[in-house]
Ligand binder design. Structure first.
Ligand SMILES: C[S@@+](CC[C@H](N)C(=O)[O-])C[C@H]1O[C@@H](n2cnc3c(N)ncnc32)[C@H](O)[C@@H]1O
Length: 252
């Protein structure tokens, strides 16, 4: 799985750095509002990708450690941060499931739109909980799937077709359970519905023509709870569908 992640994101790093969906987006605003970063804080942003979450936190804290498994992604994000005049982010290559840090050193841990690539999300969240100081905050944002089991399998298959490094999107309630099982106290849970431009979503992963047709067919032929969840609207090239993001805030 990690090798697939490196291949997919390594080949598409620049597109993610320039992605408006990742650079702005409601979940970024919600993440900052819930994290309430303080100027003296040391923060860890796991799976930093294009660096948008790390940058937003860095503008409000002493230092951010931005960790990602994909070297080219880190390189592109670092250059982007420099363009913005931000130089107090430490960029580190590593697996967010095995943190190379002492216990209880971070005031804040964030992870946005990445956990669905991880092979063992509960183990990852346990590692983040260990890295938090007592009273430290976690804000986790990730794409979530429908509660209905069959619909969830359908939506996950749709995602995996576009991105072979997609692991599994859990329902929001399962994410909340993972956080509780890591020993953290959940303080806030919410769901954000994010209408996606279907063509731009495929462009970001450089999807080939045959796969595009297959994905379009999956949207058109979706039924029942899967259709309600995906909510396809319009026709190509102006087609949209809904992604659902779960936001979970917790304290150590
Ligand atoms: C969609 S991007 C994240 C976007 C970013 N957090 C933001 O808010 O703009 C997903 C990232 O997860 C990273 N990733 C996936 N699995 C990982 C793992 N096990 N450890 C660290 N990073 C990982 C990928 O390399 C990719 O850069």
């Amino acid at each position: 799985m990690n090798e697939l992640v490196r291949q997919q994101f390594g080949a598409n790093a620049e597109r993610y750095v320039r992605s408006a969906v990742h650079a702005r987006g409601q979940s970024l605003e919600r993440m900052i509002a819930l994290a309430k970063p303080q100027p003296h804080w040391l923060a860890l942003d796991v799976a930093s990708g294009g660096g948008h979450s790390a940058l937003a936190i860095a503008r409000r804290t002493r230092r951010v450690v931005a960790l990602d498994i994909t070297g080219p992604m880190l390189k592109a994000a670092r250059a982007f941060a420099r363009e913005q005049g931000v130089d107090h982010i430490s960029w580190m290559q590593g697996d967010g499931q095995f943190l190379p840090f002492a216990t209880a050193i971070f005031d804040l841990v964030t992870c946005r739109v990445a956990l669905h690539h991880f092979s063992d999300p509960p183990a990852a969240i346990r590692a983040w909980a260990r890295a938090l100081k007592p009273g430290g905050r976690l804000v986790l944002v990730d794409n979530v799937g429908p509660d209905d089991r069959a619909a969830n399998a359908y939506v996950n298959a749709f995602e995996a077709l576009r991105d072979p490094s997609h692991g599994w999107m859990h329902p929001l309630a399962t994410l909340v359970d993972f956080v509780k099982q890591a020993g953290l106290r959940v303080t806030h849970v919410e769901r954000l519905i994010k209408p996606m431009d279907f063509a731009a979503w495929m462009d970001r992963m450089n999807v080939d023509a045959e796969t595009r047709e297959h994905l379009e067919e999956m949207l058109r032929s979706s039924r029942g709870p899967a259709r309600e969840f995906l909510n396809p609207q319009g026709r190509p090239p102006f087609m949209t569908f809904d992604l659902h993001e779960g936001v979970v805030a917790a304290e150590a």
